[in-house]
Design a protein around this ligand. Structure first.
Ligand code: GLC
Length: 474
């Protein structure tokens, strides 16, 4: 026990406890993958105890201790709860003033909430007597842990890793709150200052020992202003400690063998797919008598996910083909209106569901033929991997993790696991959809492509190894 390498992973969300997006998937599955890969690591995770965390989990938690956390002039209660899951201890930071809210983020005082969280994590270390060899922080909400350690706590021997899951969200604040909210001294302002603001991501990039992103391609892209949302200069200056490790997905959670119509790449693949497709059609009352392919999207309705392209040409793709289309997701109203109109223009071919629903998403992944993901930028992207796991062929734009995980299918060599297009251009996307529909008209090619997609290994195994090697190198 004593000789194990101690890793503390810090972040704002983790499945199955509370999540709003891909970060939650990663912090819910990477930790368990690390302990599966190596018996000599003690991996623990810490996140806030939101009101969203269900009673079922609360019932399993034990209260480890409680401490007072100072933050500038404040002194706040902090309960520390824990539970063990898949060989990993999860800690939950309790403070109802900050975390008993309807939702995870988007509050006027998010800066203060995550400053409290980060201070609580730093003060938790002695309180639970767990001094990590590596503290691994994720995204801006935990960026301050890396900054606090470098500036003030300086835990002996503790190295820090900072992972950028999406550089768009940086934690930017007015300079006036430096001392009052973040409890950072004026003389240390230069560490977190950027573009006349406080920028927590910038501070963590400067302070961490190793900087990672969630795919190799994205680690290159963010050196470029097109992708970096203003931080390209800082990324380039810190490129020496930057690397990219592609995410995996949870192969137990996303498992077509757990569906009612079980299948896998090697078990009733095509029969299982076609049963799942019929079941989906029945559930969504889509006409069943058609051979038509189903193309789906499961995504936050945000512009960087490529919805501007979709708005431009999806009508055309529907008009010229017999495909059916299913959308699941919530987000910007502009896109919801568009999809409502589309659904009324094609009442028996289009279904749009504005919700975040994990169980329904699995049925859509399993029952579709094609999965569209035309992101403008995509640090890693998990949906293309989940779709592949359910033998649904991804159509993606070649960016970030989409570029790293999906290789274009070549009808001559029969190699490749999806359909891709390069420029962020609506008609290039339309062309990719046409190519996909063309391939699906040819049974031999379709089967080969589906098989190629379904046999990809997007489990955590390889990437967990890479994280372990990176931790060890520190
Ligand atoms: C963010 C990124 C997404 C990535 C996920 C997990 O949500 O936008 O591309 O897959 O984080 O790292």
């Amino acid at each position: 026990m004593e000789n194990k390498t101690k890793i503390l992973i810090v972040g704002a969300e983790a499945l199955p406890f509370a999540a709003t997006g891909g970060l939650g998937d990663v912090l819910g599955s990477l930790p368990a993958a690390l302990v599966r890969e190596a018996s000599d690591v003690d991996v623990r995770v810490v996140m806030p105890l939101y009101s969203r965390v269900g009673e079922n989990f609360r019932a399993l938690m034990e209260k480890v201790t409680e401490i007072n956390v100072p933050l500038a002039w404040r002194n706040q209660y902090c309960g520390i709860y824990s539970l063990k899951k898949d060989g990993v201890i999860y800690y939950f930071i309790d403070n109802e003033y900050y975390f008993k809210r309807d939702g995870l983020y988007g509050f006027f005082d998010d800066g203060e909430r995550y400053a409290f969280f980060s201070r609580a994590v730093m003060d938790m270390i002695p309180a639970i007597d767990f001094y990590p060899d590596v503290l691994h922080a994720n995204d801006w909400q935990s960026a301050l842990t890396v900054i606090y350690n470098k500036l003030y706590y300086k835990y002996p021997g503790m190295k820090t890793v900072y992972t950028i899951h999406n550089i768009e969200y940086q934690g930017k604040y007015d300079k006036f709150i430096l001392g009052d909210v973040f409890d950072i001294k004026n003389e240390d302002m230069s560490i977190v200052e950027y573009d006349s603001c406080i920028n927590l991501t910038k501070g963590a990039i400067v302070c961490c020992d190793r900087l990672t992103t969630v795919s190799e391609r994205y680690s290159e892209e963010i050196k470029d202003p097109f992708f970096a949302h203003g931080l390209d200069g800082i990324i380039r200056a810190n490129a020496g400690k930057l690397s990219g490790i592609v995410n995996g997905i949870d192969y137990d959670y996303y498992n077509p063998m757990s569906l009612e119509n079980k299948f896998s790449a090697s078990y009733h693949l095509f029969a299982g797919k076609s049963k799942s497709k019929n079941a989906l059609r029945e559930q969504l009352s889509l006409p069943a008598d058609k051979d038509a392919p189903i193309m789906s999207m499961i995504s936050r309705l945000a512009s960087h996910k490529g919805f501007d392209l979709v708005k431009c040409v999806l009508n055309e793709a529907l008009a010229e083909s017999d495909m059916q289309f299913v959308l699941l997701g919530t987000g910007e109203k502009e896109y919801e209106y568009y999809f409502c109109e589309l659904a009324s223009a094609y009442p028996d071919r289009v279904r749009v569901l504005f919700e975040f629903n994990k169980e329904l998403s699995k049925k859509i992944y399993a029952g579709s033929d094609l999965f569209l993901m035309p992101s403008k930028s995509e640090p890693c992207g998990l949906s293309q991997m989940i779709a592949s796991r359910y033998a649904t062929v991804p159509i993606v734009r070649e960016t970030g993790g989409l570029y790293d995980t999906i290789k274009p299918f070549n009808p001559e060599t029969l190699e490749g696991n999806g359909i891709t297009f390069a420029s962020y251009n609506a008609h290039d996307m339309l062309d990719a959809i046409r190519r996909a529909l063309g391939i699906f008209k040819n049974v031999e090619l379709r089967k080969r492509l589906v098989k190629n997609a379904a046999t990809m290994d997007f489990s955590w195994n390889a990437s967990a190894r890479m994280y372990l090697n990176m931790y060890a190198s520190l």
